[in-house]
Design a binder for this molecule. Structure first.
Ligand code: KG4
Ligand code: ZN
Length: 366
């Protein structure tokens, strides 16, 4: 599954990412991650129940210089050792994206290094090439707190979107369910942990959109179904027992797993129609850490004869190494941006596909 164009990749790139609530910088040489610094903002938004765009933007602006300095120091590089600067230019919370783009432009203007703006989703989607050298075209499932879509990845700027969420992203749903049940944030790991002692069959949660053809997904009804069961239990017994929480979490998690697995089956059928030479399914995004989901996706891929690729979690969640790597692939195709590079709140990867509806607290989903 080797793809032999690495010889044309620019050698060493600085990547910058600031589209949500992580300020990140990384240095990547070819397929080697020399450094990857991620500074989270968790504490700053904790009191508000979600990422507050203005607070995020200010924190990015204050932190970026230091994060870039740390990434260069950890890589043992100076600016003179770089061959280019890649920066997330969208989609995302616009104030944060702007802070990153301004920083990248300042470095490019001061050093004369070439600059390239990278789509954040392309960064996620190209990660399996950085980590596993996957050959094009491969099928990709992005599942995080902000994204959920199936993509066929043909090249660093060539994507077919087969479907995506029409409302919440799955991570957002995990976070909301955790909040409903008084479990700590981020919700994914705490719901998964609580679900371990639970009975997934006790509550009959819906499997949204399975009755409709295609690969689109919906998670907001599922979250509301959990809320309804919680309220019913609280009204009936004046509170929730530990077992109730475990059963609610297990039922919710299995519903998310079932929906994603069935939609993955459908996406695989469409993808195989194009007769890829080395078929593969890759996942990225924080929700890809979920054990039952990973196991289900592995089985679905395996049954259809696809290789399964799940990059290490640190490169699945938001980071700048994926941006540096994607920038390298784009530069290898001759892409450069001028100093008037714009920050874009929305930037669909597949401009031929219908726009998605979802636009949650963590920013645009396409
Ligand atoms: O990719 P990510 O770090 O950030 C963005 O959303 O961009 O993903 C974070 C999301 C959160 O919503 C978190 O609850 C979810 O990923 N998550 C999980 C698990 N670990 C993290 N969801 C389900 N199961 C997990 N084990
Ligand atoms: Zn992301």
């Amino acid at each position: 599954m080797r793809n032999g164009n690495s010889a044309r990749m620019p050698r060493t790139l600085l990547g910058i990412e600031s589209s949500c609530d992580d300020t990140a910088a990384a240095v990547v040489r070819g397929r080697s991650v020399l450094s990857s610094v991620v500074a989270g903002q968790g504490g700053l938004h904790a009191a508000y129940g979600g990422v507050v765009p203005e607070i995020a933007a200010r924190a990015h602006a204050e932190t970026l210089d230091d994060v870039v300095r740390r990434a260069l120091a950890e890589a043992g590089c100076g600016l003179a050792d770089l061959d280019g600067v890649a920066v997330t230019a969208g989609p995302g919370l616009i104030g944060g994206v702007l802070a990153g783009v301004m920083t990248a432009k300042a470095i490019a203007a001061g050093t004369g290094l070439p600059l390239v703006g990278v789509n954040h989703l392309a960064g996620h989607a190209l990660t399996p090439r950085l980590t596993d050298d996957l050959g094009y075209p491969y099928l990709m499932l992005l599942v995080s707190g902000g994204h959920c879509q199936f993509l066929v990845v043909h090249g660093p700027d060539a994507f077919d979107r087969l479907g995506g969420t029409i409302d919440d992203a799955p991570g957002e749903a995990f976070d909301k369910v955790a909040r409903l049940l008084g479990l700590p944030q981020p919700g994914g790991p705490s719901v998964e942990a609580a679900a371990r002692g639970g009975d997934p069959a006790r509550f009959a949660f819906p499997r949204p959109l399975l009755d409709r053809p295609g690969c689109d997904l919906s998670f907001s009804g599922l979250k509301t179904a959990v809320l309804r069961e919680r309220d019913r239990l609280v009204a009936a017994q004046r509170g929730l027992w530990r077992q109730d929480r475990a059963d609610l979490c297990a039922g919710f998690q299995i519903a998310v797993r079932d929906v994603l697995a069935e939609k993955a089956r459908r996406a695989i059928a469409i993808y195989l129609g194009s007769r890829p030479s080395a078929p593969a399914l890759a996942v990225a995004g924080g929700v890809a850490a979920n054990g039952p989901l990973r196991a289900a996706l592995f089985s679905v891929a395996d049954a259809a004869g696809l290789a399964f690729c799940a990059p290490p979690l640190a490169l699945c969640t938001d980071n700048a190494a994926m941006i540096a790597y994607a920038g390298g692939e784009l530069m290898a195709l001759g892409r450069r941006d001028a100093l008037d590079l714009a920050a874009r709140p929305r930037w669909p990867l597949d401009t031929g596909a219908a726009p998605m509806l979802g636009h949650g607290r963590r920013g645009a989903k396409a």
